[in-house]
Design a protein around this ligand. Structure first.
Ligand SMILES: Cc1cc2nc3c(=O)[nH]c(=O)nc-3n(C[C@H](O)[C@H](O)[C@H](O)COP(=O)(O)O)c2cc1C
Length: 342
């Protein structure tokens, strides 16, 4: 059971925070397709208190994506506390602290995963942020700085004491980046020593993975990269958990319908130019494994106007219909008795 303040959910699926990916349009798509809780991408605490325009823009939330968490990062407890108050004013359901980001310019500021090398600083930041806001505070981290220094069990106990209300664990160390296999076995060890909910993250790609992830004893499962190409994964996994049924084949109309809704939300949020440009990275996922996809994707990712994109998508629909018609004809010819006799 995942309980964070007033939120209480049985076996929920969470969309992981992802920089340049989990913007409001993508979060809303995942929410509609079954994600239970979504997170903003991480937001710099320093950027927020300096009122940096880009950081502040990331605070925009929509009612139809709730419950939603704002994730912040930073290496200074006072700056983090002030940033948490700014984030709280934007009205999320809870605040999440990033202690897992491995990239150089974050680690160099003693933020993100760097805090795994400096547990007193991690604890100070956790306590200071918890004290600074009324909303529940959660934290996302990794197993440890490197494979020689995995201290997640101790870290979880320390964070529970500091008032953190749920802990998401990306089951890799900082030196692994996104390489290697996530080590889910640590979840069980952490669950044994803390009472706060533990959220499993790392390498959950299929409905079967989701079931195995819950089998570790995790209270919630968080999905990142696999949702980028396949936001239907949340709904598919829920159906699988409930009934054991595998994913339904997804029709072309359904895929294109969701892609165009997503694109329209992106344009609403970012305006025509950036809404279209920043959506381009999703075309590959929406068109994945469809017939004739590669050619249409190449054209769509250089288009700059919505009517042009809609017209090309409509033409693509017709091309696929024609492709399917020809394929069926060919199949019928193969099955015909004279073809079999030949
Ligand atoms: C493009 C990208 C951006 C990410 N940005 C963030 C971030 O802003 N905050 C964070 O806590 N983790 C971030 N992560 C890590 C993911 O939340 C997640 O921990 C990681 O991808 C492992 O989960 P997965 O195997 O389901 O993708 C990012 C990962 C990717 C691929």
């Amino acid at each position: 059971m995942l309980t964070i303040g007033p939120i209480s959910m049985e076996r929920p699926l969470l969309l992981a925070p992802m920089e340049d990916v989990t913007d409001p349009p993508f979060r809303r798509v995942c929410k509609r397709l079954g994600a239970d809780i979504v997170y903003t991408e991480f937001i710099s605490s320093e950027g927020l208190i300096r009122d940096a325009r880009r950081s502040n823009q990331k605070l925009k939330l929509y009612d139809d994506e709730r419950p939603v968490s704002i994730q912040i990062f930073g290496g200074n407890d006072e700056v983090m506390a002030e940033a948490a108050q700014i984030a709280e004013a934007a009205g999320p359901d809870f605040i999440d602290i990033n202690c897992g980001c491995w990239v150089k310019n974050v680690v160099a500021r003693n933020a993100g995963a760097a805090l795994l090398r400096d547990l007193p600083a991690m604890e100070r930041i956790a306590r200071t942020v918890v004290d600074a806001v009324k909303l529940p505070v959660t934290l996302k981290t990794r197993l440890g700085w490197d494979r020689q220094s995995i201290r997640i069990v101790e870290v979880a106990q320390m964070l529970e004491q500091a008032g953190i209300q749920a802990l998401a664990i990306h089951c890799r160390t900082r030196d692994q980046g996104h390489e290697g296999i996530a080590s889910w076995e640590y979840i069980e060890q952490v669950k044994r020593v803390v009472n706060i909910p533990v959220i499993l993250n790392g390498d959950v790609k299929t409905p079967e993975d989701v079931r195995r992830a819950f089998d570790t004893g995790a209270d919630a499962v968080m999905i990142g990269r696999a949702a980028i190409g396949n936001p239907w994964l949340f709904g598919d996994a829920k159906r699988f958990l409930a009934t054991g049924e595998g994913p339904q084949p997804r029709s072309l109309d359904e895929r294109i319908g969701v892609a165009l809704d997503h694109l329209n939300m992106s344009i609403d949020y970012k305006g025509d130019r950036y809404g279209i440009i920043e959506f381009r990275k999703y075309w590959g996922g929406y068109l994945h494994s469809l017939p004739l996809a590669s050619a249409v994707r190449k054209e769509l990712v250089v288009m700059n106007s919505l009517p042009e994109i809609e017209a090309r998508v409509e033409r693509y629909r017709e091309e696929v219909e024609e492709f399917n018609r020809q394929r069926e004809e060919w199949q019928r010819a193969q099955d015909a008795p004279e073809a079999q006799a030949a």
